[in-house]
Design a protein around this ligand. Structure first.
Ligand SMILES: [Mg+2]
Length: 333
């Protein structure tokens, strides 16, 4: 695939900022609805929740980062640090977050919402210091690494696909080493890189499919790439408007935190022709793991549409909006 018209730097920078703000916006929008069922969301918000208001199970202040944004930020800060081993740097920052040494929170203030695989994987990373001997193990196929994998695409858009593959896979494996999680992160990364280059949503999804076809060439079927390929295909077939009206996206586990369902929903949002806000609202209307599903979809929508995707009333509430804008400046240079 060639890119005859390389986008202007200002366009790329805007898409990077839009993607980071998209993770944060999806996280902060969805935090209000986390663990509600589809019917509970529908009863309380018949048109979907369209403002960032906080609350939810953990009583979040409006726009406060939850684990999705915090851990995306951990990986982002690892890239911005310029440290040679970015995978180890990301792991160290995730551990610092887990231990309550985290800029943006009071010292010793531990995160209230930590995924099971994230906690288990990080403890193994603490003991070994090596991503190869970390991770929660095969069978833990939650969306906890997919929700924080965006920075590899943003920082490494000009690297070779093989280099990106290695980094995205290793950063996933710090906590989520199940092959479905690892490959979902690789596919997501390639989709975002294609969006930054100005490819259409469906072309970008095809870049994700292509990465999986390359990954499974000569691999055993249990390597996860084939399953991720199927999930992207499922996402392309989801009618998000219908799903949000009926609560049925045709996925095995609906709005839960299963990595392949989260990826499929994000792809469905990406190819949904409506404005980004409408798509993101509908992702969270399904209930379940709304903040994480919102974060994953929000990253793709922001990479597609740039900062114009997100209303000022939302951005003004996001805890790390200014920092993410600065990070976009740093990443594009
Ligand atoms: Mg969360």
């Amino acid at each position: 695939m060639t890119h005859p018209r390389e986008p202007a730097l200002s366009t790329t920078r805007d898409r990077i900022a839009g993607a980071l703000l998209g993770v944060h916006a999806g996280d902060s929008l969805g935090a209000t609805l986390e663990f509600m069922t589809f019917d509970q969301v529908r009863a309380q918000y018949p048109d979907g929740l369209r403002e960032i208001v906080g609350g939810g199970l953990f009583d979040w202040p409006a726009g406060h980062a939850t684990d999705d944004t915090d851990l995306t930020r951990a990986v982002l800060l690892a890239y911005l640090s310029g440290e040679h081993d970015v995978v180890a740097a990301a792991g160290q920052r995730m551990l610092a977050w887990l231990d309550g040494h985290w800029p943006g929170r009071a010292p010793g203030d531990h995160p209230v919402d930590v995924g099971g695989a994230t906690a288990k994987g990080l403890e193994r990373f603490r003991s070994s210091g090596d991503w190869r001997q970390a991770g929660a193990g095969a069978g833990s196929a939650g969306n906890g690494s997919l929700m924080r994998c965006l920075p590899t695409a943003l920082a490494r858009a000009r690297a070779t696909p093989a280099e990106r593959f290695q980094e995205a896979a290793a950063i996933s494996a710090i906590t989520h080493d199940d092959p479905r999680c690892v490959h979902a992160c690789v596919a997501y990364t390639e989709i975002v890189v294609a969006l930054l280059a100005g490819e259409s949503p469906r072309e970008a999804a095809r870049a994700g499919l292509l990465a999986m076809q390359v990954a499974r060439f000569g691999s055993p079927p249990e390597d996860g790439a084939a399953a991720v390929e199927l999930a992207i295909g499922q996402g392309l077939d989801i009618d998000l408007v219908r799903a949000a009206a009926t609560g049925d996206a045709g996925l095995a586990h609906g709005g839960t935190g299963y990595v392949l369902d989260s990826l499929a929903l994000a792809v469905a949002a990406l190819v949904d022709p409506r404005p980004a806000v409408d798509s993101l609202v509908d992702v969270t209307r399904l209930g379940g793991d709304t903040d994480t599903n919102g974060a994953i979809a929000g990253g793709l929508l922001g990479a597609r549409d740039g900062t114009a995707a997100w209303p000022a009333t939302w951005v003004s509430k996001l805890q790390f909006a200014a920092e993410f804008e600065e990070a976009a400046d740093a990443l594009v240079n």
